[in-house]
Design a protein around this ligand. Structure first.
Ligand SMILES: Cc1ncc(COP(=O)(O)O)c(C=O)c1O
Length: 280
């Protein structure tokens, strides 16, 4: 039975229950992180914790003191659950307040949850052939840099993708590609790696930052700038980045073939460099 951390206790997942007055449940008033663990070592944990603090500041959300102990909590959960390769879901909410009222309560009892999530297998041949995607309107709010648990528009977009028989939905705002429903989107255009600037229209992914670091090491030209849907259609290469997917080639958008219809050389070089980094 999976053991999870819930507000100071290490308990079986089934026993971890949320009171209905928790503002996370009532308002989506909370933030989260997903951290990958390779061979027993959390990858870029410091970066994830920094982003957790940034999200908390952006949402004016006081964090539980135990947030400082997250590295130890992860270690204990790895040991108790006998895990080495997994991912952790970390969630902080503003906790319970009575009666239900929109404004933030004066007294806050923040919650902290950590639970591991199994790694989901990719569709067959996704790495070798690339995945197909569709574009959908970006219906989200204007603080996408906050990793908020309010994920209904993202869930709707992903469901649209699944209903269309494709892997991911690429979000479009004012004609510009922002990101995927749970991924960042990067393109190779005229030999330059291009991705939306890390502003409040996207979540600045930790994997996106890793890819940009690797691109600098490989001396690839990089431009952090939004591109249009048409520019994306005519990209030489396109790929997604995220903690769960690492780097995943995209070979079709809206039924149009991208580049040569197979993972491109820049994507492959970056994926290889990413693999070396996680095995270091
Ligand atoms: C909307 C969105 N963009 C980008 C990402 C990728 O971020 P990261 O690389 O930190 O996993 C995620 C991950 O969940 C996401 O939900």
């Amino acid at each position: 039975m999976a053991i999870v951390y819930w507000n100071g206790d290490y308990i079986p997942l089934e026993k971890a229950v949320v009171p209905v007055e928790d503002r996370g449940f009532l308002f989506g008033d909370g933030i989260y992180e997903v951290v990958r663990v390779y061979g027993g070592r959390p990858f870029r944990l410091a970066d994830h914790l920094q982003r957790l603090h940034r999200s908390a500041a952006g949402a004016q959300l006081p964090l539980a003191d135990a947030v400082d102990e997250i590295p130890d909590i992860i270690q204990r959960l790895l040991d108790e659950n006998g895990l080495r390769d997994t991912s952790f879901y970390i969630q902080c909410t503003r906790g319970c307040a009575h009666p239900r009222a929109h404004a933030f309560p004066a007294e806050v009892h923040p919650t902290l949850l950590l639970m591991h999530a199994p790694l989901r297998p990719l569709p067959a041949n996704a790495r070798t052939n690339g995945v197909s995607t569709i574009t959908v309107p970006d219906l989200r709010w204007r603080r996408c840099d906050i990793k908020s648990i309010m994920l209904l528009p993202n869930a709707m977009a992903k469901t649209q993708a699944h209903d269309a028989g494709v892997f991911e939905a690429i979000l479009v705002r004012d004609g510009l590609v922002t990101e995927g429903s749970s991924t960042n989107v990067l393109a190779v255009m005229n030999g330059t790696l291009v991705t939306h600037q890390a502003d409040s229209d996207i979540l600045g992914g930790i994997s996106r930052s890793v890819v940009l670091e690797l691109a600098a090491q490989l001396q690839l030209p990089v431009r952090e700038e939004a591109f249009t849907v048409d520019e994306m259609y005519s990209a030489q290469e396109l790929f997604l980045s995220s903690t769960m997917l690492e780097i995943l080639p995209v070979t079709q958008v809206d039924g149009r073939v991208i580049g040569r219809g197979r993972p491109g050389p820049v994507t492959e070089r970056l994926y290889e460099a990413f693999g070396k980094l996680i095995s270091e």
